[in-house]
Design a protein around this ligand. Sequence first.
Ligand code: GTP
Ligand code: PEQ
Length: 211
Amino acid sequence: MKALIPYKKKNAKSRLSPALTQEEREDFVELMLRDVVGSLHEAGIDEVDILTTLDNGVPNDLQANVVLDENDLNEAINEYLSHEQKSIFIIMADLPLVRAIHIKEIIARPEDVVIVPGKGGGTNIIFIKDPSNFHVKYYGSSFLNHCNIAKERKCSVYIYDSFLLSTDIDEPHDLVEIMLHGHGNSREYVMERFDMETGKARARITVSDDA
Ligand SMILES: Nc1nc2c(ncn2[C@@H]2O[C@H](COP(=O)(O)OP(=O)(O)OP(=O)(O)O)[C@@H](O)[C@H]2O)c(=O)[nH]1
Ligand SMILES: C[C@H](OP(=O)(O)O)C(=O)O
């Protein structure tokens, strides 16, 4: 079994622009990537491939292989899957709330495909037992796309329902979830820059005076 992390650094996470500058976003995605790789290793997954482009320097202390592909997200992943025989655990790099226990539970499932939905219709993790019998279609409600592809391919499917794993970090309000439930590098980064405002309404981030 292998894990695959699609990763984009250059001008990443544009939807976080109201909270972080481009330079900060580029630093922050690297820290989220570190947390994801750390949880994969903790879960016992040693083979980790980071799928990225030439201009997206992955730090070389990460204990992961770098796979370069200049194509867009779907084309690059499908090209990768077409050469793989082993089960593939595809996890997005913007999922720093993932913990080893989640990963162990997902890979222990007996179904052909396990899908972890992201909020708003995305797919945060997809575990594919037989990559020769699957292709991905991210964007445009990819959760529904992946359920349909599994049905067409007659794959059994398990939907892994998890608050923490549905929380990919896309928009400024997601950052408060890292303060509340995060760990590691990404939590340290967010705690340095933001404060948390609590009251009657939902907790939310405010810019820290020390930032
Ligand atoms: N290799 C590769 N990975 C990508 C690409 N686009 C996005 N990703 C990765 O796919 C995952 C989900 O992507 P998005 O949430 O759309 O990330 P993003 O494009 O940086 O964010 P926005 O600019 O806010 O849409 C993240 O792990 C990204 O690092 C791409 O073109 N190539
Ligand atoms: C890649 C995309 O991510 P989102 O934009 O939903 O975070 C998806 O999961 O289809």
